[in-house]
Design a protein around this ligand. Sequence first.
Ligand code: ATP
Ligand code: MG
Length: 689
Amino acid sequence: AVPPSDDPFASLNAGQRAAVEHDIGAASVRPLLVVAGAGSGKTNTLAHRVARLIQSGADPQRILLLTFSRRAAGELSQRASGVLQRLFGGGGAHGQLTLPWAGTFHAIGARLLREYAGSIGLDPSFTIHDRGDAEDLMGLVRHETGLSGLEKRFPLKGTCLSIYSRVVNTRDSLAAVLQASFPWCREWEAQLKTLFGAYVDAKQEQNVLDYDDLLLFWAEMAADPALGPVLGSLFDHVLVDEYQDTNRLQADIIAGMKPDGAGVMAVGDDAQSIYAFRGATVRNILDFPKRFTQPAELVTLERNYRSTQPILDASNAVIAGARERFAKNLWTDRESGIKPCLVLIPDEAEQARWVCRRILAQREAGIALRAQAVLFRAASHSAALELELMRRNIPFVKFGGLKFLEAAHIKDVLAVLRFAQNPSGRMAGFRAVQLIPGIGPASATRLLDAVGEATDAAAAVEAFGAPARSAADWAAFGALYRRLRTPGLRWPADIELVKQWYQPHLERMHDDAAVRAADLEQLVQLAAGHGTRESFLAEITLDPPEATSDRAGPPLLDEDYVILSTIHSSKGQEWSAVYLLNVVDGCIPSDMGTGSQDEIEEERRLLYVAMTRAKDHLELVVPHRFFVKQQAQLGDRHMYAARTRFITPAMLKHFEESAWLDAAQQQLRKPVPENVRVLVRERARNAWK
Ligand code: ATP
Ligand code: MG
């Protein structure tokens, strides 16, 4: 064995080292692309690269790190920090590294837009619409332009927003997007064009941005001959993880800021591209080498450090069936006698029981709960499992499921804060003022019109002629609003005030006010972690916490809990033991899509992503009967399902197959002496003789 070394770079293999040392000390750093398979240390290499850059004198303030989630950004900074600590010792200036510019494209975009609002004709007090608000505004505009009355078949607001978003993110024409992804809406092209024009106007009037605007406006800034270089000069290094899931707009942002690609490093794996449904494109990786005015360096990594050989073999077999991809030869020296397991089980209830039992058994065997994860295709698939975990008091945290922001009480408090930050934002204003008893849509509209015309929004609120029975409540709201509109830094004190103001309304509207109040307490805590109201609002809208305190699970008293996650949210992570639910046709591939070949291929990559999260144990559960949540009009139903088509009979050699008998059956299978035979039918018949 190699003796442990204090040099944190000593453990890197040749490819990783080439990436980490790339153009260190050179006058200009050429663009660099790392394409490699799952678990080959791409993210790890990125962390070492950050540390190496700082070690060689780069300014952490001038490093831009773009990741897929805030969590991923935090983990990456932490890994880099660890490397630096080994280099410089714990105490020094490098004790704790903070990369001020680390986060998702959307979060960084929001910050830059606020910063440069003056130069691009934006009012810097803009608020950001989450997906729900954006859909509602689209619905409102659809109604106002008279399109909703057109015909029943005109696409619903959610579909309209998806089409709009796809056009923005892919930079394709509306016609092309309709043709490729929404063929059943093609006949509405002209009307959609009108609708989207009106939607853009509405956003401008209300001083709100949706998620797509954050990228679009950033891209516009970056493409501008005067502003682009200014943005580019903020950063010496731009590093992007999970590059396979970026879209056209994101690639344009990078190229706009750094036309020569100097200091740009992207890492990714085309076989893990799972966001095409949101406009991401594998083309970004393919085109990267010639995207800039100077050619990019290419590094590939082939050694997998994560998984055992049997897990890798099975995953490779699944992805080998893909139609097109970069050829990659992943290998590992992690030998193991344990093959991934295909567990055949009667139904979802048994699946839940079985997974719980396995989790506990693995914990007995020394694998902590938090080194275990249960993954599934859709957030709703874990319902039965969550109940079973609760019943057995196994703590868990769910990612990618019920979003904090979707809870009504959270939305209410945020609406008040947003309305205070941006009085023109009608979605927030509409929600906020209707919290007051006696204020309905008509009064709310009148008020918002008045506020829209006023120079002093708080004065307009105070002067509003609320119905007499609302007078006292209205006065209280007016005082709160005045205070929230008064400049001066009182954060997080202001959210505490909103919470206190909201408490009686909460109790009036909800039977479970206590549980919801606990959520609000959590919200206040979160707010305390931010310097200003606007940074808090932007962050919570862009990267909301994933679980509420009324999440389905016992309180987290200890640190040890199982992770439940959608496959999409599991990207980039790893666990010792991974259980994958519902590995059946209809779930993976999902039967929700149009069933086009491209969509099916994306589902294959999704299965590949799920399987490659496992380090030591991988178990795929195949329930014979499973429950499908369908579109409302069809109702839910049970289905008899077959193993996913991505695991063909020829691949079964890579798996252990185990049929599971439910608990009751097991008990019955207690051995009975061979000579015992009870002829029950005959006995029953004899009773009638
Ligand atoms: P994914 O494609 O899933 O995002 P990745 O390529 O980013 O995977 P990492 O998450 O960086 O892979 O690394 C996978 C595992 O391998 C991690 O546990 C990491 O610590 C370990 N690892 C990476 N490089 C090395 C190395 N040179 N020596 C030992 N372990 C390593
Ligand atoms: Mg990674």
